[in-house]
Ligand binder design. Structure first.
Ligand code: FCB
Length: 468
């Protein structure tokens, strides 16, 4: 039961000092993705992406939910930006839809889509909010999937072309770009497990996809730099905290394989310029050796400006030959979200310090972190999500600890601004700091949104006081 007493509210509104200290110009953000919020799937010349196809295939998404309408942000973007501004955030991470901007996956951009994103970006500027624009948050144009999708090398070149054109069209309104969001999900969930679009179940194809996504990132970095010399560009990876179920040799080897196939396959080539022995041992014969060509690693490791880290869980790995790569993974206990994911703030400190220590000295942004809970509107019309407040306090505290430990963490984007279409889970999982009533499209800032606003404004007041 959610504790809705006045004491609980006070606890929830505790001040920034209790969370930790952050750099003066820390970026306080919220994040979304195009397909999860925009809706208007058939408007403005948008073409189908793999997520339209997947969500419209009976049995694949929870309840048959689709992103056809979602939060109707395409029509409500102006009031949504007012709401965002009212939450005092300094930064907003959004994605642009590839299938809206370039429906066929090649050629000229769709002018109506360019106009839409230009309005949104200008609207953010008018409200003093800096955008961080993700160029690929999973919405591959369906025509490119019909030609083979990410397991096919050509798709990497298509993405680089798209990214370059998008930056040419929008680069006067944004300077910060994330090439790909969580290529692990696009490849392993999409082509291996089949739980995400396009829903294929072929781990060899998934490994091919993973390399081509890495290549797509590297090619896009070059295109973006050519289009906008002052661009700040990076890739966002989900970095999972992995621990072995036991000290046994088998379980420890399973943890290494899981780390190789979820973290290292993406972090190694971008930041270290090679696939490590753990990655080759785990994935080489299973598909990686089929697709890596001479020169690829030099392209993939092109210098970037920041490292994007999404973090959600700690998982426990044990040896199990019946599972992909011989690893059974289960979420760590004890506390869990409505997704069954662990709530262990120390894991965020662990992954941030690991990225800084093992992979890159670049500035880091937590580009996503958040939790789904079974929120509800109470009889007063409030959404008192004390669990999410506790979650944010814990994870922001963990972020502050990483900073104290020397990580050059420059910002945090909570997932998510709005409740939204949670991929295969449809509308059943609410991650928003703002509640969305999907029948009326009413928005209600949850207690967590009020708490976050207070955290940000207190931080800014302290900075202003120091400056005075
Ligand atoms: C991440 C995705 C994001 C959202 C959260 C809950 O993996 O990048 O779109 O679905 O999970």
């Amino acid at each position: 039961m959610t504790d809705t007493t006045p004491a609980a509210r006070l606890r929830a509104e505790a001040s920034v000092e209790k969370v930790g200290s952050f750099p003066q110009d820390f970026r306080w953000g919220l994040a979304t993705a195009a397909y999860q919020i925009e809706g208007a799937a058939l408007e403005g010349g948008r073409g189908p992406s793999i997520w339209d196809t997947f969500s419209h295939t009976p049995g694949l998404s929870h309840h048959g939910d689709t992103g056809d309408i979602a939060c109707d942000h395409y029509h409500r973007w102006e009031s949504d930006l007012d709401l965002l501004a009212s939450l005092a955030v300094t930064d907003y991470r959004l994605s642009v839809s590839w299938s809206r901007l370039q429906p066929s996956g090649r050629g000229d951009l769709n002018p109506a889509a360019v106009a839409f994103y230009r309005e949104v970006l200008a609207g953010l500027a008018a409200r003093g909010i800096r955008p961080l624009v993700t160029l690929y948050h999973w919405d591959l144009p369906q025509p490119l999937e019909d030609e083979g999708g990410w397991p096919v090398r050509e798709t990497a070149y298509r993405f680089a072309e798209f990214a370059t054109k998008a930056v040419e069209a929008l680069g006067d309104l944004a300077t910060d770009w994330v090439t790909l969001n969580e290529p692990w999900c696009s490849s392993f969930l999409g082509y291996g497990k089949g739980a995400h679009a396009p829903g294929r179940q072929d781990y060899r194809a998934a490994i091919h996809a993973a390399h081509h996504l890495n290549l797509a990132h590297g090619l896009a970095v070059a295109g973006i730099r050519a289009a906008q010399p002052g661009a700040s560009v990076g890739v966002t990876n989900i970095v999972t905290d992995i621990v072995a179920a036991s000290e046994s040799t088998d379980d420890r080897a399973a943890a290494v394989r899981l780390d190789a196939s979820s973290n290292r396959i993406f972090l190694d080539p971008v930041y270290l310029g090679e696939y490590s022995a753990a990655v080759w041992d785990t994935l080489g014969e299973r598909g990686l050796a089929d697709v890596v060509q001479d020169g690829d690693l030099a392209i993939i490791s092109a210098p970037t400006d920041f490292a994007g880290v999404n973090h959600y869980q700690r998982v426990i790995a044990s040896h199990d030959d019946s599972q992909p790569f011989g690893v059974l993974e289960v979420p760590a206990e004890p506390a869990t979200t409505s997704f069954g994911w662990s709530v262990i703030p120390a894991s965020l400190t662990a992954v941030l310090t690991r990225v800084a220590r093992e992979f890159t000295p670049l500035p880091v942004y937590v580009t996503e972190n958040g939790a789904s809970y079974d929120d509800y509107v109470d009889p007063n019309g409030d959404v008192v999500d004390t669990e999410r407040v506790d979650y944010l306090r814990g994870y922001l505290g963990a972020a502050a600890e990483a900073i104290e430990a020397g990580v050059d963490l420059r910002g945090y984007y909570a997932w998510s601004f709005l409740d939204n279409f949670e991929w295969a889970e449809g509308y059943s999982k609410r991650f928003g700091l703002v509640w969305v009533d999907y029948r009326t499209q009413e928005r209600i800032p949850k207690l967590s949104a009020h708490w976050y606003r207070r955290l940000i404004t207190e931080h800014q007041a302290a900075v202003a006081h120091l400056a005075a």
